[in-house]
Design a protein around this ligand. Structure first.
Ligand code: FAD
Length: 343
């Protein structure tokens, strides 16, 4: 592992020298805190100091979310700002609020999930404060005596792990968290103190929200499912993809995933792509059916606990990471497997 010391870029200091105090940006959807934010909270707790959460949303959206957040294990204080401008999580609109919370503040770390909005929000605020942001971390270790925090993060599509140290001359350390690397925080019996804070009005936002289109599915969410059945180019077309994978996913109670080749060819929705440019998953069981195992696909699933691969080609690279591999035609194997599982 390579240790990279981040540059000394500050003339200013923002935070006090007392123990760590993390500000965690908590995201939510449909009245529930996102699982990625629950992992970010666990990472924040591992810093070993105080943890404050911040929630933003439209006036109606936060009603159910605030009491849930207050009960989360590891959260000491909860700040919440509600305003119509926060109804959609637009980084350009939220960043002035975070900036105002951080100016002259006690916070030493700012933490979030490595989600699509937060990975735009945190670097934006960090840049305004003249500090770096460290993305997609898989471990956190804070040393209070030196006030340095050491992170690990995968690089080169997960083929190497970089160790990055943010030293004491970085007064506020921003980082986003790979959710599969940290357990989701759970509800506890304690209740964090909640305080409403004022929104920072953005009068002429550079980005406006037009509409949200979410793929509806009764299946478990791919990002958090404990079992995933994924199909590749070998699935031929959208109809065969559905007809082959759905019965197996149904019987296993699994989410469906896809390789990029399957997504690009239109067999599966974009939201199902697993890999470097798709979702990173680490389920208990990952089944790769007709997927060759390109390095970019492995980057999204190789931390799965049990990997099962079915491929006609005995030299397919997927077999190098598979715990169980079957050299066979998936069109013979999958229907037989479904029948056996039903029994
Ligand atoms: P192929 O590589 O074509 O493999 C199909 C496999 O099916 C073969 O191994 C074949 O032996 C097997 N097969 C064929 N018929 C059968 C059958 N009847 N039964 C059993 N097996 C059969 N890819 C991703 O998946 N996710 C990413 O996020 C991603 N990001 C990328 C980012 C970049 C910058 C680049 C350059 C590439 C990225 N890719 C990604 C693409 C990646 O390199 C591969 O092209 C892709 O993963 C291949 O998909 P596949 O395995 O489905 O297809």
């Amino acid at each position: 592992a390579r240790v990279q010391t981040l540059p000394k870029v500050f003339a200013r200091t923002y935070a006090s020298a007392t123990g760590p105090h993390a500000l965690v940006f908590l995201e939510h959807r449909d009245g529930a805190i996102d699982s990625g934010s629950l992992s970010a909270l666990t990472a924040a707790k591992q810093l070993g100091g105080e943890v404050t959460g911040v929630l933003v949303g439209g006036p109606e959206q936060l009603k159910d979310v605030i009491p849930q957040a207050q009960k989360l294990d590891g959260l000491n204080t909860l700040l919440h700002a509600s305003a119509a401008q926060y109804a959609a999580p637009i980084p350009e609109t939220i960043s002035p609020l975070l900036e105002s919370l951080l100016s002259g503040s006690k916070y030493t770390h700012v933490v979030s999930a490595h989600s699509s909005s937060a990975k735009s929000l945190l670097p934006r605020v960090a840049a305004k404060l003249d500090v770096p942001a460290i993305s997609d971390v898989t471990s956190v270790d804070h040393d209070s005596s030196s006030n340095a925090t050491t992170f690990t993060r995968p690089i080169y599509a997960g083929n190497a792990i970089a160790t990055v140290r943010a030293s004491s001359n970085i007064p506020i350390k921003f980082f986003t968290v790979r959710s599969t690397a940290f357990k989701a925080a759970e509800a506890s019996s304690a209740e964090a103190k909640a305080s409403a804070i004022d929104a920072v009005e953005v009068t002429d936002p550079p980005t406006v929200h037009i509409k949200t289109e979410i793929t509806k599915s009764d299946r478990p969410d791919l990002g958090v499912a404990s079992r995933v059945v994924s199909g590749g180019r070998a699935l031929k077309n959208a109809e065969t993809f559905k007809a082959t994978l759905e019965p197996l996913a149904d019987v296993l109670g699994a989410a469906i995933g896809a390789s990029r080749a399957a997504v690009d060819a239109g067999y599966a929705d974009n939201s199902l792509q697993v890999g470097q440019t798709g979702k990173v998953v680490a389920p208990e069981l990952y089944m790769a059916l007709g997927i060759s195992g390109a390095i970019q696909h492995l980057a999204g699933m190789k931390d799965s606990k049990l990997i099962v691969a079915v491929n006609k080609d005995p030299d397919a690279p997927i077999f190098q990471v598979a715990d169980a591999g079957l050299v066979a035609d998936l069109y013979d194997v999958v229907p037989e497997l479904v029948e056996k599982l039903k029994q």
